[in-house]
Design a protein around this ligand. Structure first.
Ligand code: FAD
Length: 342
């Protein structure tokens, strides 16, 4: 029989588990129920008792590694913590969120334990055995993997499961001792983009994509990049949407053209960009070509605004296409959002 361990870690506040961790808890609960296998949840946090409160109703065995050394991500301490949790749980299947914190250490720990690791898992199936699903070739081919090697580490992509939500109450957790190696890295602080300047928001309900059309000559023969920037940022402020871009638009920076200064290649969606998961997506001034649209694989409701009635979006790639000038449309949308807020 399998023994399932779900690994979790605290979010930046330190007082709660990260959303991706809670999504992994849901996956672990479902898998344990299907296989009738025991479930253990391991927590890495400065104060695990606080972070664990939301897990009270899981019914799982809770084990934790706590202390100042585990307040921040660091390879040596996190790898030691995860290894200790895996050994304490005698886990055969280890589920972990594909967060930067665990992605960094999971392969190393799998090697230490003589196990195997697969990453970017999007679904777990199988009634008798574990079957893990992931995508290859930029989300074009879906594969189902099963392995006999144990422990088998599976890193889950964020947004593939609902975050576990249970009533928050004090819980009993078993503290696991860790033999820390010599720590050569000192965490001196945490640097993040200024709040409001970060335009990539994986947890947002909506993705807003800007295409190269925003910087092209418009009907009056002029470019209106400043106005385009204001419209886009105004929409992001009003909705909290995440900002994506077509390749053509972000590439313009390298070609010395006038560009939207808040866009970088990190915003790029598509074959050579990212494949985010959001409930809804609105594409503006973008042609909807295949190498871009493949990045929309996991967007639920897709809408586009384009001047071109023959663009890729109109050929079955979007649920709704507005053949319209995005400048006045977005100005109107922003005005309606402002009126709703007032
Ligand atoms: C190997 C390879 C990998 C690639 N990877 C990616 C990738 O990861 N991501 C990606 O995005 N692309 C990728 N591309 C490029 C991709 O094929 C397209 O060239 C790119 O997506 C086009 O960007 P765009 O639609 O913004 O620009 P354009 O093709 O220039 O289209 C601009 C659109 O804006 C519309 N428009 C202009 N003004 C307005 C207005 N006022 N209102 C409404 N609409 C307006 C125009 O009608 C036009 O349809 C890749 C290409 C290759 C070969």
């Amino acid at each position: 029989m399998e023994t399932i361990l779900v690994l979790t870690h605290a979010d930046e506040s330190g007082a709660a588990l990260s959303k991706a961790s809670l999504e992994t808890v849901t996956a672990g609960k479902e898998l344990a129920a299907r296989l009738s296998a025991p479930l253990t949840i391991g927590i890495v946090a400065k104060d695990a008792a606080v972070a664990a409160k939301s897990l009270a109703s899981t019914g799982a065995r809770l084990i934790a590694v706590s202390g100042e050394a585990f307040a921040h991500a660091r390879y040596a301490s996190d790898a030691a913590a995860v290894e200790a949790l895996c050994r304490a749980a005698k886990a055969t299947i280890v589920l972990a969120p594909g967060s930067s914190r665990f992605t960094r250490v999971a392969a190393g720990v799998a090697h230490r334990l003589g196990g195997f690791i697969d990453t970017h898992i999007t679904a777990l199936g199988g009634k008798e055995s574990v079957e893990a699903t992931r995508w290859f070739y930029r989300q074009r081919i879906e594969a189902v993997i099963s392995r006999t090697t144990r422990p088998w580490f599976l890193l889950l992509d964020a947004g593939t499961h609902a975050a576990f939500a249970g009533e928050s109450q004090p819980v009993q957790i078993e503290q696991v001792a860790v033999n820390l190696p010599a720590l050569r890295t000192t965490v001196s602080g945490f640097r993040a983009p200024e709040v409001g300047k970060q335009t990539i928001r994986p947890d947002a309900k909506m993705l807003f994509v800007a295409g190269a059309g925003w910087t092209k000559k418009q009907l009056d023969g002029q470019v209106h990049v400043t106005e385009a920037g204001e419209l886009i940022l105004g929409f992001l402020r009003a909705t909290g949407a995440s900002l994506g871009s077509s390749k053509s638009l972000v590439d313009q920076g390298g070609e010395g053209n006038s560009v939207l200064p808040f866009l970088t290649h990190l915003n790029q969606i598509g074959q050579t960009g990212s494949t985010p998961r959001h409930q809804k997506g609105l594409s503006t001034c973008c042609h909807g070509e295949e190498p871009h649209v493949v990045g929309w694989r996991f967007i639920g409701d897709r809408r586009a605004i384009s001047l071109d009635p023959n663009c890729g979006w109109t050929r079955g790639k979007a649920d709704v296409v507005y053949i319209a000038d995005a400048f006045p449309v977005m100005a109107k949308v922003n005005a309606l959002l402002a009126a709703k807020k007032a």
